[in-house]
Design a protein around this ligand. Structure first.
Ligand SMILES: Cc1ncc(COP(=O)(O)O)c(C=O)c1O
Length: 356
């Protein structure tokens, strides 16, 4: 298929691709970057002409507001190549809408849908050779926007940069994860920015997560900021719990990101005839179910890791193991989602989006 380069975007291509320097059989997550990036600047009250240019460093004034006040939001999505070399995205309009929901909360101007979708498609068409095809790998796509305006006054910037970079990536987690239920630190609070994909939400998680890693866990499960009674989400994933044959997940709120994988799992599980409950899940209920043997599974759901089975959780110095389950909900959900993403099955929900 020939490239249909959009006329909306000013495209400047690399003279020589660096793709031959990358070992596609040994891809870490998010370390290598494709030849090009999409860039659009906001100034004089509007988004300027979008560009695609060789991947490169950017230069900013030391007083740029991103450095001081953290005005920055991002998205995470993936592009997949099928066996016929067709390129697909998964529910990209949901990411487009969500970055603007996040931006609004951080007083960042919204990015036009047409620029987002054309920029994304054109960039992926140009860099499509970079989409890995080995099992479990994909091209991780990172749209982000941040404040570039100068000045130390604590007020919203008048200038921003919107960028999309792409990273051929292998699996996010290898194997199951062991989690620690956190009851001292909070990820987010009512009225805060927990529902936004704001950079600062992640910075605030690093220290408590480091402490959990030192204790032998891979990830923290965040609980509500009020009494730390209810589980909410984990790192960059929403959380699912299977008690008996019911699949449970917390309702989204000010504090929880409205995950695209989460809502896909809910729909697929219902389609499979699984009883799904979207409601608060207390730590007490988890422990109770674990003691009774009815806690069968826990897993995280998010774009990067897709479905990440949890092997057990720690709480107040005690570890609770989860059983090995055959034909687990986690395995079934992962298969259904990745089969749609890689165009290995039909797509009754209309989630797949053809790029080229
Ligand atoms: C805090 C948080 N929760 C949940 C998710 C999962 O969201 P999605 O499935 O849209 O990737 C992410 C990742 O984007 C995240 O950063």
């Amino acid at each position: 298929m020939s490239l249909e380069i959009s006329t909306l975007i000013d495209v400047q291509k690399v003279e020589k691709s660096k793709i031959s320097q990358v070992d596609f059989n040994n891809l870490p997550f998010g370390q290598e970057h494709t030849d090009h990036m999409f860039v659009c600047d906001y100034k004089d009250g509007k988004w300027q002409q979008p560009k695609i240019m060789p991947y490169q460093n950017i230069s900013l004034d030391p007083s740029a507001k991103i450095f001081h006040y953290g005005q920055s939001v991002f998205e995470g999505m993936k592009a997949y190549k099928d066996t016929q070399n067709k390129v697909w995205l998964f529910r990209p309009l949901d990411n487009q809408k969500r970055i603007n929901i996040s931006s609004k909360r951080l007083a960042i101007p919204e990015f036009p849908e047409e620029y987002f979708m054309e920029g994304l498609k054109t960039l992926l068409q140009i860099d499509s050779d970079w989409i890995p095809t080995t099992e479990g790998s994909s091209l991780y796509v990172r749209p982000f926007v941040f404040a570039t305006g100068k000045g130390l006054h604590a007020s919203p910037s008048k200038e921003y940069k919107f960028i999309i970079v792409c990273s051929p990536s292998g699996s996010y987690f290898a194997g199951k994860v062991k989690v620690l239920i956190e009851e001292n630190y909070s990820r987010s609070a009512n009225g805060g920015v927990g529902f936004a994909k704001a950079g600062g939400n992640y910075a605030g998680q690093f220290y408590p997560t480091q402490l959990a890693i030192e204790k032998g866990y891979n990830q923290v499960i965040w609980t509500d900021d009020n009494k730390h009674e209810y589980i909410e989400e984990a790192g960059a994933m929403n959380i699912f719990v299977r008690i008996g044959d019911t699949l449970l997940t917390a309702p989204t709120s000010d504090r929880i990101l409205d995950g695209i994988t989460r809502k896909s799992v809910i729909e697929i599980a219902k389609d499979e005839g699984i009883h799904v409950e979207v409601r608060k899940i207390s730590v007490d209920e988890l422990i109770e179910a674990s003691k009774k043997g009815t806690l069968k599974e826990m897993f995280g759901a998010g774009t990067a890791a897709v479905i990440s089975p949890i092997s057990g959780f720690g709480f107040r110095g005690k570890d609770y193991e989860l059983p090995e389950i055959e034909n687990s909900y986690a395995t079934r959900m992962k298969k259904r989602i990745t089969d749609i993403q890689y165009n290995r099955s039909d797509d009754k929900f209309g989630w797949r989006y053809l790029v080229k």
